[in-house]
Write a protein of this length. Structure first.
Length: 435
């Protein structure tokens, strides 16, 4: 199947061809025809599945078929939790709409609102915004949502986690009830289901299961380590494997800052992104990470939602998340669009319960690397399960030295997805080839 079979207008097809999109992803195949028919939608999908195109393309198609006459009004409102994600979505929309007379803008806090006021006065068709800044500008009279025809909530679970539920309900009260509404979320807790009942009318549900995106292309490993040794293990992995780009996850903002400081003391440059960082600092860190001048980026789960970097080689869970779905979302930062990637999970003596939940959800035991120099049987015993069968030849610190560089251990392959290339990575000693 190609995009022409999805009944999109020719200007969109031309843009997709120029961008390099060839084959629709599963969520695009499921969602686009239903949305073109005007259905409301409840979508369960994580970043990296192509969901932005899944909701943006049919909306742009509808706008092209029914152009607005007169001065521009906000016809589409897209809400998302973070500044980075809002900017990423707006960039994608501008790419898709390059051959259409449609104007979009992005709105978020942490920066001066005057440029945003100027763009609003000129008139926009599509507004991509974070809830806080949007409410500020509504209260000041700069934003009129009375003409909104399409509403999208992206990463809705994170917006609720960040305490935006009241803001969202205030915004919903400003929008006409006659509209097409879409809600996308990486997870489906009860709070999301309740919100969907309030804002969606007879929605169609689409879902891309976490298992498929986790197992097929991503090489996972598990390292049992005492909490006090996590710093040393992280340094050991970075120094030995020399990953091209490594994204490290911490549960807290304070934890991110501590990791960056400790790595700096060990002679490894790293930067952090989280909610307490200024917009400028976050953009600088992300820019360097994309360009490859920064090897290590440390992030919280919320801040990571805006990271759009296709060639992350390693994801390291320094802290296991307490929600299994978050683990799937984290490791999906590598192996994007079917490319290979390597993920490593640290599990200390207090995280056994989190590990059990993760392995239950992904329906597999994550292979254990016992040969790393900080391996802890004490931490493993706290998992509460029988120890997994020992894996052979996967160690990092107790094997014979090798003259091979890290890059020589990977085999390259090509992907048929929406990128110009990919990498199916495998680790020597039993895990060769992407899954």
């Amino acid at each position: 199947m190609d995009f022409s079979s999805l009944n999109l207008c020719q200007p969109l097809l031309d843009a997709l061809d120029e961008i390099g999109y060839v084959t629709p992803t599963p969520i695009q195949v499921q969602a686009i025809p239903e949305l073109i028919e005007g259905r409301d939608m409840l979508g369960c999908a994580q970043t990296g599945t192509g969901k932005t195109a899944a909701f943006a393309l049919p909306i742009l198609d509808a706008m092209a078929e029914d152009p607005w006459s007169g001065s521009r009004r906000i016809r589409v409102l897209m809400l998302c939790p973070t500044r980075e994600l809002a900017a990423q979505i707006n960039d994608n929309i501008e790419n898709y709409a390059r051959h259409l007379d449609i104007r979009s803008m992005v709105m978020f806090g942490g920066v001066s609102q005057r440029p945003q006021e100027k763009l609003l006065r000129r008139g926009v068709d599509i507004l991509v915004a974070t809830p806080g800044r949007l409410l500020d500008l509504i209260s000041q009279g700069y934003v009129d949502l009375s003409h909104v025809q399409f509403l999208v909530l992206d990463e809705a679970d994170r917006m609720l986690d960040m305490g935006f539920i009241r803001d969202i309900r205030k915004i919903l009260a400003q929008i006409p009830k006659k509209r097409q509404s879409l809600l996308f979320s990486a997870t489906m807790p009860r709070s999301i289901v309740e919100l969907s009942r309030d804002m969606l009318d007879d929605p169609v549900s689409v879902s891309i299961t976490p298992e498929s995106t986790t197992v097929e292309a991503i090489e996972q490993s598990l390292m049992f380590v005492m909490k006090s040794d996590k710093r040393g293990l992280l340094r050991h992995i970075i120094e030995e494997e020399r990953p091209k780009k490594v994204l490290v996850f911490s549960r807290t903002k304070h934890g991110c800052n501590r990791i960056v400081k400790q790595l700096g003391q060990d002679g490894i440059e790293a930067l952090a992104i989280h909610g307490n960082k200024s917009q400028g600092a976050r953009e600088k860190a992300l820019g360097r990470f994309r360009k490859g001048t920064l090897q290590v980026l440390v992030a919280t789960d919320v801040a990571s939602r805006g990271i759009d970097v296709s060639d992350i080689s390693h994801v390291i869970n320094l802290d296991l998340p307490n929600e299994p779905e978050v683990y799937v979302h984290r490791i999906g930062r590598t192996g994007r669009a079917g490319q290979g990637g390597i993920t490593i999970a640290f599990c200390d003596e207090g995280e056994g319960e989190y590990l059990r939940g993760i392995e239950k959800m992904i329906r597999q035991d994550i292979p254990v690397d016992e040969n790393q120099p900080f391996h802890s049987e004490n931490a493993r015993s706290r998992k509460g399960d029988k120890a997994p069968k020992k894996q052979q030849n996967r160690g990092r610190g107790r094997r014979q030295p090798s003259n091979h560089k890290f890059s020589a251990k990977r085999s390259n392959g090509k992907s048929n997805h929406q990128s110009n290339g990919g990498r199916n990575s495998g680790r020597n000693g039993g895990r060769n080839g992407g899954r």
